[in-house]
Write a protein that binds this ligand. Structure first.
Ligand SMILES: Cc1ncc(COP(=O)(O)O)c(C=O)c1O
Length: 446
C-alpha cells in the first residue's frame, strides 16, 4: 500500500498486526497538546500518552528548546571512559526524586534495556559479595519487562514468550498473578483487599523449591501495566519487601509505567511506601521525545561493587555493562527539561486529581455495558476488561480499539482490556470524549 508521498513496503511494525495495519493504516504526521494529526488530516485524541510516555502532552516548547540548545552545544560524546555534563546533572535530578537511598543512576535507552541491566546488576552485586550462586530470578505472571532475553524471561505475558522456548533464561520462576476476576472485578482507586495471602506461595513453595540462598532478585511492576492495569493487593508490596529482606534477595521495581507521576507521586514506590533495591525507569522521563531509560540503584549496591574492586588495579572496570548511548547528552537535556516542566506545572499532582475524574467516568460509563467484566482505575489510568470471544482471544478489544481510532480517539488494546492513560494535562472534556467514544464502541462490538 502507498500514499502519494511514501510507500509502506519497508517498515516492519513492532507489536502490530502488519497485514491488517496496511489495509487500514494509522499514520501520524504531527502532534500538539492532546491531539495528533494523521496523514489524512484527521485529529486524534491521545488517550494513552502515546504508550505511557507523553505525560506533559505533545510538542512542549521547553523540552524542544532544551534539545535544540543541547544539539548545538554537545551533540554526542562517548559514554565509555568519559561522560558529559548533562548525564551527571540528569542523574542528580533523578536521584533527588527517588525515595530512600536510591541514588545511583545507570542510564540506558529503553525499558527493555533497563530490565536486563537491573538483572545483570543483581548477578554482579551478589557475586561481588561472594554469593555468586544467587542466580535465580523471580518475576510474576503477566508481568512485562520488555523484549530483551532477560526481561522476556522474567516477564509473564504468554504471547511474548511462547516462540522463544529454550532461549529464555533457565533459572527463572514466577509469582502468581495478582488479580481475582470475581472478587475484584471493579476497583476504583483503592487497593484490593484479599482474604488469601498471595505471597504465601512465594514463602511456602517458590523459595524452598530453589532455596532462598540461590535467589538473586524478584522483579515486579508495582501495578501491572502492559497486561492491562492490574493493581497489587493491599499490603502486597510491603510484604514482598519484607520477604526479600529476610532472605537477602534484591527487590526490583519496574517503574517504566508507574514512574514519574502516573499515580500522582514521583514513583509507585512512593505511592505504596516501599523502597526497592533497584528502580527501573524509561518513557515519561523525557516525555517520550527521545529514548532514555535507566536503573536507579541503592548506594549499597554501588558501594559494594566499588569496594569489591578496591584492592584491584585502578584501571579495572567494576561492572562490564553499558550502551553506546548510555547517558546521551541530548536525551539527558530532554530529561532535565521534562522533569523541570513536571515540577513547574505540578503535573504529578494534576495526574492524581485527573485520575479521580477518569476513575469516576469509566466506572459510571462502562459498568453494565455488554461484555464488560471488569473495570480498574488507579492514578491517571484505567482499564475496562471485556469477555473474550471464544476462539479469538483479544479480538473484541482490538475491534473496539479500531472503532475508537476511526472516531478520533487513541486507546490501547491489551489482551481483553482497553486501557486509557492520557497525558497529565488532560481536561475533563477530553476524559468525557474518550469515555463516550469507548462506550459507543463497546456497545457496537457485541
Ligand atoms: C514495565 C515495563 N517494563 C519495560 C518495558 C519495555 O520498555 P521499552 O519498550 O522501552 O523497551 C515496558 C514497556 O511498556 C514496561 O511497561
Amino acid at each position: 500500500m502507498a500514499y502519494p508521498d511514501f510507500n509502506m513496503d519497508h517498515q516492519w511494525l513492532p507489536f502490530t498486526p502488519n497485514r491488517s495495519f496496511k489495509k487500514e493504516p494509522r499514520v501520524f504526521v504531527a502532534a500538539d497538546g492532546m491531539f495528533f494529526t494523521t496523514h489524512d488530516g484527521k485529529q486524534v485524541l491521545d488517550g494513552i500518552s502515546s504508550l505511557w510516555c507523553v505525560a506533559a502532552g505533545h510538542n512542549r516548547k521547553p523540552i524542544n528548546e532544551a534539545i535544540k540548545k543541547q544539539l548545538d552545544t554537545l551533540d554526542y560524546a562517548t559514554a565509555f571512559q568519559a561522560s558529559n555534563d548533562q548525564a551527571f546533572q540528569a542523574a542528580e535530578m533523578i536521584a533527588d526524586m527517588a525515595p530512600g537511598d536510591l541514588n545511583q543512576v545507570l542510564f540506558c535507552n529503553s525499558g527493555s534495556e533497563a530490565a536486563d541491566t537491573s538483572l545483570k546488576v543483581a548477578l554482579a552485586y551478589h557475586r561481588a559479595r561472594g554469593e555468586g550462586h544467587r542466580n535465580v530470578f523471580i518475576g510474576r505472571e503477566k508481568g512485562y519487562h520488555g523484549v530483551g532475553f532477560g526481561g522476556m524471561s522474567v516477564g509473564g505475558i504468554p504471547a511474548n514468550r511462547k516462540v522463544y522456548g529454550a532461549a529464555l533464561l533457565p533459572r527463572v520462576d514466577h509469582l502468581r498473578f495478582i488479580h481475582d476476576p470475581l472478587k475484584h472485578a471493579y476497583i476504583h482507586g483503592v487497593e484490593p483487599v484479599w482474604e488469601e495471602d498471595l505471597l504465601l506461595e512465594l514463602e511456602n513453595r517458590i523459595l524452598p523449591l530453589h532455596d532462598p540462598s540461590n535467589i538473586a532478585a524478584v522483579i515486579v511492576e508495582p501495578v501491572a501495566g502492559s497486561a492491562g492495569w492490574y493493581l497489587p493487593p493491599k499490603g502486597y508490596l510491603k510484604r514482598l519487601r519484607e520477604i526479600c529482606d529476610k532472605h537477602g534477595i534484591l527487590l526490583i521495581f519496574d517503574e517504566v509505567i508507574t514512574g514519574f507521576g502516573r499515580l500522582g507521586t514521583n514513583f509507585g514506590a512512593d505511592y505504596y511506601g516501599v523502597v526497592p533495591d533497584m528502580l527501573n525507569f524509561a518513557k515519561c522521563v523525557t516525555n517520550g521525545v527521545i529514548p532514555l531509560g535507566g536503573v536507579i540503584c541503592t548506594d549499597r549496591i554501588y558501594n559494594t561493587m566499588m569496594d569489591a574492586s578496591a584492592g584491584g588495579p585502578e584501571h579495572a572496570i567494576e561492572f562490564f555493562h553499558g550502551y553506546t548511548y548510555s547517558g546521551h547528552p541530548v536525551a539527558c537535556a530532554a530529561a532535565m527539561a521534562t522533569l523541570t516542566l513536571f515540577k513547574e506545572e505540578k503535573l504529578f499532582e494534576r495526574a492524581g486529581q485527573m485520575g479521580g475524574v477518569l476513575g469516576d467516568a469509566v466506572h459510571s460509563a462502562f459498568k453494565g455495558l455488554p461484555n464488560v467484566i471488569g473495570i480498574r482505575s488507579l492514578g491517571l489510568a484505567a482499564a475496562v476488561e471485556l469477555s473474550s470471544i471464544a476462539g479469538s482471544p483479544g479480538k473484541r478489544a482490538y475491534d473496539i480499539f479500531m472503532d475508537c481510532f476511526r472516531n478520533g480517539v487513541l486507546v490501547r488494546p491489551a489482551g481483553e482490556n482497553i486501557v486509557i492513560c492520557p497525558p497529565y494535562i488532560v481536561e475533563k472534556e477530553h476524559v468525557e470524549r474518550i469515555v463516550s467514544v469507548v462506550a459507543d464502541a463497546i456497545r457496537k462490538n457485541v
